[in-house]
Design a protein. Sequence first.
Length: 264
Amino acid sequence: MNRQSQKSNRGYRWLLLLLCLSFLPYTTMTAQDAAPATTESAELAPAGDATLMGAFKQGGLAMYPLLIFSIATMGLVIYNGLYVRENAIINQATIDNEVTPALDKLDFAAAIEACDQNKGPVMNILRSGLQTTERGNFNPDKIDQAFNEAASVELARPFVFVNYLQVIASVSPMVGLLGTVSGMVKAFRTISEQGMGRPELLANNISEALVTTASGLLVAIPALIAYFFFKNKYGKIAASVSQVLGRILRDVTDRHENPSDPSA
């Protein structure tokens, strides 16, 4: 278990490092844009436009939802890093130290109490299955059915926040494309009003188109990487949950059928 936890922590650190590195191209892009401008373009755009805040302003209204998406991506990465973990979902220590000893004695009430005191997805699933024995009726099929019904609900909740990363990865490029279209429309409007004699007048409009496109991709790429990382991690945890529940059901069934057998 400790080895799996160490691997998970290493993977989480690598993901955070990759997310940080993914924003370097945007910093480089704005640094390159900080080169001295010509006299005419300096009249059209203030010197502050070469900064990161200037690039944000050049992107227009589309940059505001992209900023929200970037903040949401970091928040979701931190949240999923804390909760999409085997210890947080399965709570193997409580199962080994409290639930399993109670089930070895066929003390279902004590096992249910341990589940109540240690809330979590697998604890809630175990509680739902063990509640079918409260009236003294032990039926492995009913317990298994209760496990499956509860698992479909409990295991779906944490994955919702993983799916939000995919939503951000899908929507961000579209928002960037919307800003691109807006910038190009403004550029063609400038051409129709001023003609092609002064192309520097198009600089702000074309800058808006390019900045929003780049910003949308810079938000979407880390979100997509994080989505697949947590999706694969969650799939492994879900498989472990099935193994844990199956092992508990087999052990308690053997114990119930052979109460006097110490090896059961």
